[in-house]
Design a binder for this molecule. Structure first.
Ligand SMILES: [Ca+2]
Ligand SMILES: [Ca+2]
Ligand SMILES: [Ca+2]
Length: 84
């Protein structure tokens, strides 16, 4: 999917990450040809810090939740077994 030749329009968004090529180079210091410059999983358009790798906090919260729930489940199972 090639767009019009040349980057004469600074409003073009070559990598379609939501930021125009001109803004990426001048304002954000990101790569206008990569939708996720720092490869942290957030495209430049929604990345709070597009030039720095950011560990997605959602992952950590999710892992902690699963861990907490599994520990909780094991404890409940043990209580039930004792009562029986
Ligand atoms: Ca872009
Ligand atoms: Ca980009
Ligand atoms: Ca990013």
């Amino acid at each position: 999917m090639e767009r019009a030749i040349g980057l004469s329009e600074s409003s073009a968004d070559s990598d379609s990450d939501g930021l125009s090529d001109g803004d990426e180079v001048i304002l954000y210091n990101t790569d206008p040809n990569k939708s996720d410059t720092d490869r942290d999983g957030f495209i430049d358009g929604i990345d709070p810090d597009p030039s720095k790798f950011l560990i997605p906090t959602g992952y950590i919260i999710g892992i902690l939740l699963v861990l907490a729930l599994s520990i909780f489940a094991v404890r409940i199972q043990r209580k039930i077994k004792k009562k029986m």
